[in-house]
Design a protein. Structure first.
Length: 148
């Protein structure tokens, strides 16, 4: 009887893992469309509607490769950069895009960009006033966006 249950759980567990792998691959590849890029653009448009600002809309670039960051905003090129490998779930893409949008929203001049860098040296990343705000907005608005 113990052998029966052992084989039963091995087979059921194997089928469960195969199904899980299939769903992950299907989610990532989603019929050849770039779901991360499409999702980021939809979130950006949503943010622009909620929090309009009178400057040129930022570009979105998705980057392959490794990084410690989920994304970043470059004031010099007015670009939101999202690291694909750190944003494999829709929730991650939404949160990162919203977080970086608020950097775009707050950094409207070279003076403010320099202020961000100075504060980064003084406070570090975790206690940086702008990072605290962007993280809070990212968390809060991600819930709102995903529930709409």
């Amino acid at each position: 009887m113990d052998t029966f249950f052992m084989y039963y759980f091995i087979i059921v567990g194997g089928l469960f893992l195969l199904n899980l792998i299939y769903k992950i691959i299907r989610f990532i590849k989603s019929d050849g469309e770039d779901w991360q890029f499409q999702s980021a653009h939809e979130v950006l448009e949503w943010c622009l509607e909620l929090y309009p600002i009178r400057k040129q809309k930022p570009l979105i670039t998705l980057v392959e490769g490794t990084s410690d960051l989920g994304g970043e905003y470059s004031f010099d090129t007015n670009t939101i950069i999202i690291y694909r490998s750190n944003n494999v779930l829709l929730r991650d893409v939404v949160k990162t895009c919203i977080h970086e949008y608020f950097h775009y929203y707050l950094i409207t001049s070279q003076t403010k960009n320099n202020l961000y860098k100075r504060q980064l040296e003084v406070y570090g990343y975790e206690n940086h006033p702008q990072e605290i705000l962007c993280n809070t907005m990212g968390e809060t608005l991600t819930k709102l966006y995903l529930n709409k």
